[in-house]
Design a protein around this ligand. Sequence first.
Ligand SMILES: [Zn+2]
Length: 173
Amino acid sequence: MTRTAIRTPRDVRARCEVRRGCHVWTGAVSRRGHPYASIDGRTQYVRRWLFEQLHGWVPRVVGLTCENLLCCNPKHLVAQDVCDVRRRAAANVAQPELRARRVALGRERAGLVKVNQAAADAIRASELPAKEEAKQWGISAKHVHQIRQGKRWPPQQQGALAMAAAVLLGSAL
Ligand SMILES: [Zn+2]
């Protein structure tokens, strides 16, 4: 590692670019887009660490008053509990597409969306971009890719949801 280690909040600031009042993190981010770094020999979420340095405690959730997921501006950090996060998510209708995608992903992870054989065949035969196809089925584009690559079509469940998928397929043809 050639960069200066993070020891103080000032070191975090040094790894950020100021943009419209936000301190935009330029270092590594988690899969979900949260800034993280090796601090005190451990991989840590930067905002959580920063909050603790500044306030002496860590809340359940370190939220942001801005909408910038990369922001590490101490003034934009806010302590939240899980209810705050849920309320915020529920109010987050400004980005319907993002919301729809999250819902689809969540459903898929929860195993609620199952694609039956006929649907999988239709997805493979379709010329539509994966993104478009995904929208029609309420699954993720990744799921569509996996089906097309033959890596996946979950055959475990031929229940109500699979039937619903078949009905959807019928109406699409
Ligand atoms: Zn900000």
